[in-house]
Design a protein around this ligand. Structure first.
Ligand SMILES: *Cc1c(COP(=O)(O)O)cnc(C)c1O
Length: 537
């Protein structure tokens, strides 16, 4: 009987493919797919497309496509053959590359001001490409020799800016800042409450509840970590923030004391070096003293801002970082390499092994030799891991640290200038003096006072995204919406920022005109812009 999807039916279908010339078969495998020459041809096509993409410096945001439309477009490109064999049509590859590029946020355009991932320094992508072909999981020295050596080199390079004793500290790469935060908090828990790793939370027999102390404006990944580690949301102690959105030092001791009285045992404090919302830097130096006195592990979420370490001018914002037990730095944010590349630093090398102590004889050696002591698998969660450090190391090696320092300094200076511009505009209100390259503000024209328009800032942001000229983001500050720009692109200058302000004005005025307010106080839109109303609620 003919059974659909059986190996037999597959073989029959494969045989009908004989028409392709030069197609060798090995158990039905089409070997031309693996042809190095074909690889070169495909790669050259992609490179020529990407060269054009990089050369396009027009101001553009995101042309957002409706998912169902894009789904149709993507499906049209899929192979018609039911047995899973794609035809090797170059036009199809070209169409896929075009669609991929077209539907992405143009991170290299001066119109991109919205988020923390950056346009990359192109050479990094070349190295990334090599990593994809040689495909070495780098948690083990034998599989990723150069990446593992290079991790140690880069750790030492960064230590120039930190100042720990050589050989006393450690750095491990992780797939993202969220994972780095989780890893560090786990290392902290295993250090301060070692019994939990084997016996679980029940080992504490209810004597006290493990807790972490974090800024009120901490990144959500830290709270997730508390959930994952069984600490529980209720044991997250929120440290109040001041007007600059930094942890308010005067309130730290009293908050910790109240937590003590509630029977909480705070084993870890998380401060931010560059908050996601406004780029604020918590007072690391002072927090380190408090943490040390109370035997609390201090972790710095520096995923956004710890990259400022490379700049002599800006490094002071991280004063005291050498006193932290751990800190995370996303090179895929402010060091402009492709995602992912996160560096997680530990002051004490031994403790870097504390997060994941475990026996697994198929990978971990009881007695490390000169090779296995370079394995990072015991320090990071990933088993198969991309050689994350390579992109950064190659840029560092060929261009030097000045490239990063100069770009970061330019972006921070631009943000300061943008802040000055906002101060001079009566219809805009900057919400904070920028500490890095993130700036939040509101558009508050006088005509807004006459109307109730609860989500005005968010509506502007979404409407601008629809017109596709600029891409900016939105954030809640003190419970109210605000516009947010993140300058990640050195091609942006103050002229572009002024253009953005004009676009915000224009968009805001249109919204105010077409918006009526119903009795519930909710804004609705007139028929001309029915589409926009989708985003209002
Ligand atoms: C971006 C960010 C994170 C998350 O890092 P990913 O690399 O996106 O996982 C965590 N904390 C802060 C402060 C961030 O800005």
């Amino acid at each position: 009987m003919y059974v659909k999807n059986s190996p037999i039916s597959k073989e029959i279908c494969l045989n009908s493919f004989e028409k392709e010339p030069n197609t060798e078969k090995r158990g039905g495998l089409r070997l031309e797919v693996f042809e190095p020459k074909l690889f070169r041809k495909n790669a050259e096509l992609a490179i020529s497309k990407l060269e054009k993409y990089l050369a396009d410096s027009s101001i553009r945001g995101l042309a957002l496509t409706e998912p169902s439309v894009l789904m149709q477009e993507a499906k049209k490109l899929m192979t018609k053959e039911t047995n899973g064999l794609a035809s090797l049509l170059e036009e199809k590859l070209e169409a896929i590359i075009d669609l991929y590029i077209k539907t992405g946020i143009s991170v290299h355009s001066p119109g991109y001001m919205g988020r923390q991932f950056s346009g990359v320094i192109p050479l990094a992508a070349v190295i990334d490409f090599i990593s994809s072909i040689i495909n070495q999981p780098s948690s083990f020295y034998e599989a990723g020799q150069l990446p593992n050596v290079v991790e140690h080199i880069m750790a030492d390079e960064f230590n120039q800016f930190i100042g720990w004793e050589p050989e006393s500290f450690a750095m491990v790469t992780t797939s993202g800042g969220s994972l780095a935060n989780l890893t560090a908090i786990l290392a902290a828990r295993n250090d301060k409450l070692p019994q939990i790793w084997s016996a679980g939370i029940s080992a504490l027999e209810g004597q006290y509840r493990p807790a972490i102390a974090v800024s009120e404006d901490v990144h959500y990944s830290v709270c997730r970590a508390a959930g994952i580690l069984g600490i529980g949301e209720e044991q997250i102690v929120r440290l109040p923030i001041n007007q600059k959105q930094q942890i308010f030092l005067d309130k730290v001791q009293p908050t910790l004391e109240t937590a003590d009285k509630r029977g909480l045992k705070i084993f870890c404090m998380v401060a931010s070096a560059g908050t996601t919302s406004v780029g604020a830097f918590d007072p690391i130096n002072e927090l380190a003293e408090i943490a040390a006195k109370r035997d609390i592990w201090l972790h710095i979420d520096g995923t956004h801002g710890a990259s400022l370490l490379v700049s002599e001018k800006l490094r002071y914002k991280l004063k005291g970082i050498e006193k932290a037990d751990s800190f995370a730095l996303d090179a895929h944010k402010m060091l402009f390499v492709p995602a992912m590349c996160t560096l997680l630093f530990y002051k004490n090398k031994e403790k870097s092994y504390g997060a994941f102590r475990q026996d697994a004889s198929y990978v971990f050696e009881k007695e490390p030799d000169i090779y296995t002591e370079f394995d990072s698998a015991e320090q990071n969660f990933e088993c198969t891991k991309r050689p994350l450090i390579m992109n950064l190391w190659v840029l560092w090696t060929l261009y030097g640290k000045a490239l990063f320092a100069n770009k970061i300094e330019y972006l921070c200076q631009l943000t300061e200038q943008a802040y000055q511009i906002l101060q001079d505009e009566s219809d805009f209100e900057p919400l904070h003096q920028p500490e890095a390259n993130i700036l939040c503000f509101r558009y508050l024209p006088s005509s807004l006072r006459e109307k109730t328009f609860p989500n005005f800032q968010g509506a502007i942001r979404n409407r601008i995204r629809e017109t596709g000229k600029f891409f900016i983001s939105k954030v809640d500050i003190d419970g109210e919406e605000a516009l947010r720009v993140v300058f990640m692109n050195h091609q942006i200058d103050t002229k572009h920022f002024r253009m953005l302000l004009d676009e915000i004005r224009k968009t805001g005025q249109v919204l105010l005109k077409v918006t009526s307010v119903d009795c519930s106080g909710r804004a609705g839109v007139g028929t001309q812009s029915g589409r926009a109303s989708v985003h209002f609620l």
